[in-house]
Design a protein around this ligand. Structure first.
Ligand SMILES: [Zn+2]
Ligand SMILES: [Zn+2]
Length: 252
């Protein structure tokens, strides 16, 4: 299964040409998609946190899952957010290279294989309206559509919404302010269904957590997630990565 997915990921990137799909360097082996250097920089995730699916060196849970409440039941990611894959994701997301969507969705299939759960429908992590306009397309919606085509699981992109850009309320009580900040996502009423969230990358899992919380508040039963890539957690960056993830929820 994994080998089949990997081959189909490579096939979908293969253009009868002579250039590496990631870096554009000329290829010496014309049957290949990536140059040797880029090939070596693809790291499939083998040891991962039981909950969030991010790569870990030992044990069952990552630092974040040990220390935070998780509202999503399980996430799985295919590859490390590093090197070649990071390159492809950045090109897809920020350079409007939309042809990369299908190959990246093939990697979601690998994550789905690792997830090994059934769901009633899939939901893309809602993008910020302003970013969609800047980029010219909604990158998670497009990924979710492609994943829906590959798996035949229907997609619902209306059920979860970003409710607000944060409105600072100077006069409001501190606890009330924190509540306001936390309510970035809101879900329509759900009748106990199981859902798979779709995102490109998981870092600390803060975004998926807020989405899952909103979906469960709305009445979802299980909330799973699949992401193309995951960053390897480094304890030394704990504070800054958590801060940037928190910033991402509002700005991404
Ligand atoms: Zn290359
Ligand atoms: Zn974890």
């Amino acid at each position: 299964m994994i080998k089949k997915i990997l081959n189909s990921f490579l096939d979908s990137l293969y253009v009868k040409g002579i250039k590496c799909a990631a870096c554009g360097r000329e290829l010496t082996n014309r049957d290949s998609v990536f140059c040797d250097l880029c090939k070596r920089q693809i790291k499939f995730i083998e040891n991962f946190c039981e909950v969030c699916g991010t790569p870990i060196d030992s044990g069952f849970y990552c630092f974040n899952c040990k220390n935070h409440i998780r509202f999503f039941d399980k996430n799985r990611a295919a590859v490390e957010y590093y090197g070649t894959i990071k390159n492809l994701i950045l090109k897809y997301k920020f350079n409007n290279e939309q042809y990369l969507c299908d190959p990246l969705a093939k990697l979601l299939l690998k994550a789905y294989d690792l997830l090994d759960e059934k769901a009633d429908f899939i939901v893309p992590v809602p993008s910020v309206e302003k970013r969609i306009k800047q980029r010219g397309f909604d990158h998670t919606l497009k990924l979710a559509k492609s994943f829906s085509n590959l798996t035949s699981i229907k997609m619902d992109n209306k059920i979860l919404k970003r409710v607000s850009e944060i409105k600072p309320q100077i006069e409001s009580h501190r606890a009330e302010r924190i509540k306001n900040i936390k309510q970035v996502f809101k879900a329509e009423k759900i009748n106990g269904q199981n859902i798979i969230l779709i995102d490109d990358v998981i870092t600390t899992g803060a975004t998926l957590n807020e989405c899952a919380k909103a979906l469960k508040d709305g009445g979802a039963n299980k909330v799973y997630a699949v992401t193309v890539a995951a960053t390897k957690y480094k304890i030394v960056f704990e504070t800054s990565s958590e801060m940037s993830e928190a910033a991402n929820i509002f700005a991404d």
